[in-house]
Design a binder for this molecule. Sequence first.
Ligand SMILES: C[S@@+](CC[C@H](N)C(=O)[O-])C[C@H]1O[C@@H](n2cnc3c(N)ncnc32)[C@H](O)[C@@H]1O
Length: 297
Amino acid sequence: MENRNWSERVQSIYSLDTSRELRFTENKMKEIIEAIRIKNARNILEIGCGTGTFTRKLREKLSLDSQITGIDMDSNFINYCKMRAENESLNNIQYTEGDALSLPFENNTFDACTSHTVIEHVPNKKFLEEQYRVCKRGGYVSILNVRPELALNSKDNITLTTREKVLMNKIELYKKKVKDDLNVGKYFNDPQNILRLFEEVGFREIHFDTVNYISCIDDYRNSYKRKRLIIESEYESILEFVNMIIDKKENALTFKEKDELISLINERYVKKINMLDKNERLWDFNISPMIIISGRK
Ligand SMILES: C[S@@+](CC[C@H](N)C(=O)[O-])C[C@H]1O[C@@H](n2cnc3c(N)ncnc32)[C@H](O)[C@@H]1O
């Protein structure tokens, strides 16, 4: 049976792909490639590839004779990845549907395995053991794991009204239900434990690194197009979430409340776009730290 849980209940193709496009800038990809020790790998596996944004970015940075495979359990994501690869003639990338905890590959197949924001959703040890199994001796396995507890955020100049907060709180309850149903973030682990697990599973030469994702709309280096995309992708991901709730008839909000919430969200984002168009600054920012752990088989 097809699995579309993530794309239909957690994050849609549009919002996942756009958020990653914004995140994986040229400079960040250089830092990441260095930290995951993948430069010389020829046969690479990305686990839980979602919309394939990271796979495509890796491809841009690696030699064209490398082969990259993306695997994810969500059929919508994999179909989207395949469509992009075909339309853009990305001949050295392939995608397959499958479970990270039972990878459909022979032992010792890949020079490197990597994953971005996946380890927190699956039992960590089994996740690493499977990659240890399919990785060749001498190859590298790495995980990239965002740490929201260390994030630094601006106090938004355009704050939510009390009413919007009340309605959003109702949605938070639904969010918790989805998280429980789908194990979203269930296995979020202390970095020290992840390091220990790398060693327990058998990896050597273990590295511990960090990369910060920074978003600041008014940063001078952002083009108008990028500024607008940051605002729009945030807006779309909030709207999409509100719509997912009503579509699944979870009754978190009545139809009237949903309409009310959408108009409050619209108002807030129209203000942001107007500010941008008038060249007024908001100085909103977000820093999301990410840890990167890699080990050699
Ligand atoms: C937060 S998303 C990250 C997607 C992608 N790595 C990125 O950063 O854009 C987590 C992904 O892991 C996938 N996933 C979760 N559990 C999985 C499992 N057991 N096997 C394969 N994929 C899984 C989900 O379908 C989803 O695409």
